[in-house]
Design a protein around this ligand. Structure first.
Ligand code: NI
Length: 181
């Protein structure tokens, strides 16, 4: 089931999300629905606050022909290491059509729980590392434009406050996604 997508600067995207304590059927269904929503938006990651749920959950799928099924859920994640500073052209389903070069890291070690509550550790590089950090930031109420320089950040915020509806229409107009502003 495709969920409603919350568009920046909706307040749910700027608040700190709560830890998950129940690893039940409801959680499993939420993660399936988040995956449907992410694929409809052609994203490589999606965090629960982006579908209106302020919980510490995100999913990432950075599949390539070499690694065809890389969908994974990260619950109550913690970044153990970030290394290899890099500038990356990032985008976000909650800021559709906006892409900016921002500082991030190309080597990450993350620890999280899976849908059964089991703890796992993953080491990631390049796009996968960038996606893990991007999604993890959503759980702390931060979107990628926060990582722009102050001048660029202000310009981008101004642009976005004028153009969010137009951009969402342009990017999602033909899709099944419904936006919440
Ligand atoms: Ni995002």
């Amino acid at each position: 089931m495709i969920l409603d997508l919350y568009i920046y600067p909706h307040p749910i995207l700027t608040q700190k999300a709560e830890p998950v304590t129940e690893f039940d059927e409801k959680l499993k269904k939420l993660i399936e629905d988040m995956a449907d929503t992410m694929y409809e938006g052609q994203g490589v990651g999606l965090a629960a606050p982006q579908v209106g749920i302020s919980k510490r959950i995100f999913i990432v799928d950075t599949s390539t022909p070499e690694e065809p099924s890389s969908l994974k859920a990260y619950i109550n994640p913690q970044i153990i290491l970030k290394d290899d500073p890099v500038v990356w052209n990032e985008g976000c389903l909650s800021l559709p059509g906006l892409y900016k070069d921002v500082n991030t890291f190309a080597h990450v070690i993350i620890e999280a729980q899976d849908i059964h509550g089991e703890t796992f550790r993953e080491e990631a590089h390049e796009l996968r590392a960038v996606a893990l950090l991007h999604e993890n930031s959503h759980l702390d109420g931060s979107v990628f434009i926060e990582r722009l320089s102050p001048v660029k950040r202000n310009l981008t915020r101004k642009f976005w406050s004028k153009n969010a509806h137009k951009m969402a229409d342009k990017v999602y107009g033909e899709s099944k996604l419904r936006c919440v502003f």
